[in-house]
Each structure stands twice: as structure tokens, then as C-alpha cells.
Design a protein around this ligand. Structure first.
Ligand SMILES: Cc1cc2nc3c(=O)[nH]c(=O)nc-3n(C[C@H](O)[C@H](O)[C@H](O)COP(=O)(O)OP(=O)(O)OC[C@H]3O[C@@H](n4cnc5c(N)ncnc54)[C@H](O)[C@@H]3O)c2cc1C
Length: 486
């Protein structure tokens, strides 16, 4: 029986472990933490529960498909519900808007609350759905760097329609031309932040990021996103995968263009295949050090990181939904601050309250707030100072919007910043989504899921193709599955 070693038990590593075990490989996963999940793990304190990172669940069919391929009924492992409304938006002028799942209903609400003609919303959602259909096969479901991808009709169709996919304009350019109100422009400009990008710089192709949410649905998992990692971990164990927690891989040994073993605690473990779910930057700079030259793209500028205040709130807030956004007054200035490696004094704040659907995530009468702002990757800023200042700005902003001083209700707190994200996952500069996607060529140059120099070495997870985000990590594992067959 051939054996595969997987480095890291993030979503990409777990999904690859499941796929390879299901193919009949003997699979060993080495994970430096004492638990699985990486960014999709959890934090608990004083009776409160928060996901460490992801909160929004899209493309549930990718997870279902994996369980079904392994002969399992997904319902035996996890449960999810479609959200409607998807998100509640608070604008600095006091206006509010609920984004409903149904495009007509969302359009009608945008007209009622903001005066935006409803057909603008409906047309935009139809256009981004078209964009998704046009780009999905080539950019998401296939390996962009394999010749075979370009022999498929779907890729040819994408290439023939290149002018339509918006590589030459920015997300903000396109949204400004499609909406009349600054609120709707800002609302749709936020989507590139889902992969750590800047709407004023990233190609309009990234408008596609909003498509799954509106056209296929946004979902909430019972137990939150950490339950996705737990379910994958359970399935992997049932398929016979061996997990080695608290074990940090130090080195991948190469011989004659083959990965022959990995080194852990000074001991060598032989492998027929090696899959690194470790951030691609460190896979080259630490694990493969000096044995092969790393591709230039590995050193490109990184996507954004996040600062998160997990607050245990000893009160419930009926005016808040599960997903809530408190927008800044000057969105462009916010991204300028990030470019300048700092945080605006008026950042857009995201508040996710999983307790709204999971009563056991907070004590009775309380809520678990996951309060996030986008921040630059860690290049040596004074994070303690930025945390202290930003905390005050956030409290002031939410208090003004809710017309109540929220400070008095914060009874417990944990703080995540780029340093914490690095510590938990060894992500370069604590960036969440690998290299930045702020350029039209970013998707094309992202590191592939395979090594061009080492035949049996593969890469899964958010720092490689097709990109960051839980669904894309699941897809990286699926692409590797196909590449190993090849
Ligand atoms: C704050 C935040 C918010 C997010 N929001 C969303 C969201 O709403 N929706 C969404 O879909 N996605 C979201 N994401 C992104 C999503 O969580 C990630 O893209 C995904 O979980 C990354 O999975 P991964 O496979 O890249 O592995 P990672 O989570 O990066 O895990 C890598 C694992 O490898 C281990 N490891 C590293 N080096 C070694 C080594 N040398 N030896 C052994 N083990 C090693 C690490 O300990 C870690 O467990 C968010 C992420 C964050 C941080």
C-alpha cells in the first residue's frame, strides 16, 4: 500500500487526507498543534465559544460531495441552514439595510432603505452569477497551471470571454458604474476583502466573490465553522488516517527530484507522496530550504490579516443579526491605511454572533461577539499599540450605531491579531489568504497545487491555488486528488 504524508491538519490538509485515504493510501498527518483545523479551529473562555477564523459558510455542496464520495451521509456528520437575511449593514449616515437571499427581495429592500433602484441590484447579481459560470471551471475547479486544463471547452470559453471577466477594471470602477448610491457601492466593494484584497486595486473579476452568497446561498453550520474541521477529522479517522498532533515537520528530504521522507523531532518518516498544507512561503523557506530554488511568487506581497476581539457580551442585542457590518465613512481611506501598513481610525467592523443560531455558544442571556477589522499583514508594526487604539475605535463606533455604551457588557475577551494567526497556523506575516490578489495576474501566478521540480510533492490550502477561504481549500484537495490520478 502506498503511503502519503500530509503536513498540517488545516481544512486543506484534512480534506486531502480524507481523499487519499479513500483512494486506499495509508495516510499520516503531522500537525504542530494539539488539535486539527488550523484557522478553522475554535477558542473557548468562561462559557463562551468562538470560531478562531472563518464564520461564513458557502458552497456546502463541496463538503457534501466529499462525504458522499466516501460513502457517507453528510447529515450523520454535520448540519447547516441557509441564512436569510444574509447580513445586516449599518451605514455611517444611520441608514440600515438587510441583504436578503432572494435578489428581488434584496433589490426591493435596497430601494426602500436607500433609494437604490432595485433593478441595479438584480442586474448586478445576475452579472456576477454569469461571471461565476464563466470563470469557475478554469479558475476554481482545475489546475490553472496544467496544459490539460486549456484543452477543455470550459477553459476555451473563459479565454474567449476574457474581455468580459473584468481584468482591466477594478472592482470599485465597475461597482461605481452599476450603482447610484454610495452605500450599495461600498456594500459590493467589500467582497474582495473575502480574499484579503483591496477593491480599489483588485480586478473587477473579484466581483465574482459575492456570487455564491447571493446566487447559491450563505449558510450557517450547527456548531459553527469549527464543526466542519471536526467532521473532516472524524471522517479521516474512520478511513484509517493516522494523526500525529504536537508534531512539527522540520524538513522534507529530496532525492533525485522525489520527496522521499519528512523529518519530525529529528526522525525520518518515509513517504511515497508528500502533501504540504503548510503555508507555501514556509514550505519553501523552511521545509525545502536550500534543496531547490523557490519560485519568485512565493515572496510576493501578502494579502491582509485581521484583528479580532472575541467578546463575551452579558446582554442580547435583538437589533443585531448573525452577520453584521458597521461601515466606515471613507472606505478608500481605510484601504489607504492598510496599504500604509496601519489601521484607519474609522475601520469597517464585522460582528459575527454564532450564538444567534447556536444558543450553547454563550451563557443564557449573553452573546458571543466575534468582532473583526481588516488589517495589514505583520511587517513589524507595534501591534500592542494598534490593538489598544483600534479597540477604542470599535467600541465607540458600535456604541454610536446601537445608541448604547457596549463597553459595560463586555465580560470576557480574547484578542487575535496577525501575530496570533501566525502562531496558530505559521501563515507568513499572519496573512489570511496567501499572496495578495490585488493584481489582474494574481490568480494566474498563484502557486500551483503541485511542484514543477519534485514529482511527488503537492500543496493544499489557502496559500496556493485556487486561493484562501474554506471552499477553495476543499477544492485544492480535490485538484490534488485528480493530479495524483494523472
Ligand atoms: C480571521 C479569519 C476569518 C476568515 N473568514 C472566513 C470565512 O468567513 N469563510 C471562509 O470560507 N474562510 C474564511 N477564512 C479563511 C479560512 O479559514 C482559511 O482559508 C482556511 O481555513 C485555511 O485552511 P488551510 O488548509 O490553508 O490551513 P491552515 O488553517 O492555514 O492550517 C495549516 C495547518 O498546518 C499546521 N502546520 C503548519 N506548519 C506545520 C509544520 N511544519 N508541521 C506540522 N504542522 C504544520 C498548522 O498548525 C495548521 O494547523 C478566514 C480566516 C481567518 C483567519
Amino acid at each position: 500500500m502506498k503511503n502519503a504524508i500530509i503536513i498540517g491538519a488545516g481544512v486543506g490538509g484534512l480534506a486531502t487526507a480524507v481523499r487519499l485515504a479513500n483512494k486506499g493510501y495509508s495516510v499520516d498527518v503531522f500537525e504542530k498543534n494539539s488539535f486539527p483545523g488550523g484557522k478553522a479551529s475554535s477558542i473557548e473562555k468562561q462559557g463562551y465559544f468562538w470560531g478562531f477564523g472563518p464564520s461564513l459558510f458557502t458552497f456546502p455542496e463541496l463538503l457534501d460531495e466529499l462525504f458522499i464520495e466516501c460513502g457517507r451521509n453528510p447529515k450523520d456528520y454535520y448540519e447547516y441552514n441557509r441564512l436569510d437575511p444574509i447580513c445586516k449593514y449599518f451605514f455611517p449616515n444611520g441608514k440600515k439595510l438587510s441583504a436578503f437571499a432572494n435578489p428581488e427581495e434584496f433589490g426591493a429592500e435596497a430601494f426602500k432603505q436607500l433609494g437604490e433602484p432595485d433593478e441595479n441590484v438584480i442586474n448586478h447579481l445576475a452579472k456576477i452569477n454569469e461571471l461565476y459560470e464563466l470563470t469557475k471551471e478554469m479558475f476554481l475547479f482545475s489546475s490553472l497551471q496544467k496544459f490539460s486544463t486549456y484543452t477543455k471547452w470550459s477553459a476555451l470559453k473563459t479565454l474567449l470571454n476574457l474581455p468580459k471577466i473584468g481584468l482591466t477594471k477594478t472592482v470599485h470602477n465597475i461597482n461605481s458604474s452599476r450603482f447610484q448610491t454610495k452605500e450599495l457601492i461600498q456594500l459590493f466593494d467589500r467582497y474582495p476583502t473575502y480574499n484579503g484584497s483591496n477593491p480599489y486595486k483588485s480586478p473587477a473579476t473579484l466581483n465574482v466573490i459575492a456570487s455564491p452568497e447571493f446566487n447559491k446561498g450563505a449558510y450557517i453550520l450547527k456548531g459553527g465553522m469549527p464543526s466542519l474541521s471536526k467532521s473532516l477529522y472524524q471522517l479521516a479517522q474512520e478511513l484509517g488516517v493516522s494523526f500525529h498532533f504536537g508534531k512539527c515537520v522540520e524538513h522534507i528530504q529530496l532525492e533525485n527530484n522525489l520527496a522521499t521522507s519528512v523529518q519530525v523531532d529529528g526522525m525520518s518518516h518515509k513517504a511515497d507522496f508528500v502533501v504540504s498544507n503548510m503555508d507555501i512561503y514556509y514550505t519553501y523557506h523552511q521545509l525545502l530550504k536550500k534543496q531547490i530554488k523557490h519560485p519568485k511568487v512565493v515572496d510576493y506581497p501578502m494579502s491582509t490579516s485581521a484583528m479580532i476581539f472575541n467578546w463575551g457580551m452579558k446582554k442580547t442585542f435583538d437589533e443585531l443579526d448573525c452577520h453584521n457590518i458597521f461601515f466606515s465613512a471613507n472606505y478608500a481611506e481605510e484601504f489607504k491605511a492598510i496599504e500604509n501598513k496601519t489601521i484607519s481610525n474609522d475601520p469597517t467592523v464585522y460582528v459575527f454572533i454564532s450564538q444567534k443560531y447556536n444558543p450553547d455558544h454563550a451563557p443564557v442571556g449573553c452573546e458571543n461577539w466575534f468582532t473583526l477589522v481588516n488589517v495589514p499583514p505583520d511587517t513589524g508594526q507595534n501591534w500592542d499599540e494598534l490593538v489598544a487604539v483600534t479597540r477604542e475605535h470599535i467600541i465607540k463606533k458600535i456604541s454610536a450605531n446601537l445608541v448604547i455604551d457596549i463597553r459595560q457588557y463586555i465580560e470576557c475577551e480574547t484578542i487575535t491579531d496577525p501575530r496570533t494567526i501566525y502562531d496558530r497556523t505559521i501563515s507568513h506575516q499572519g496573512a489570511i489568504y496567501g499572496i495578495s490578489s490585488d493584481s489582474p495576474v494574481a490568480s494566474f501566478i498563484r502557486h500551483p497545487n503541485f511542484s514543477r521540480k519534485v514529482k511527488n510533492l503537492f500543496f493544499s490550502g489557502g496559500s496556493v491555488h485556487p486561493g484562501g477561504g474554506v471552499p477553495l481549500c476543499l477544492l485544492s484537495a480535490k485538484i490534488i486528488d485528480g493530479l495524483i490520478d494523472e
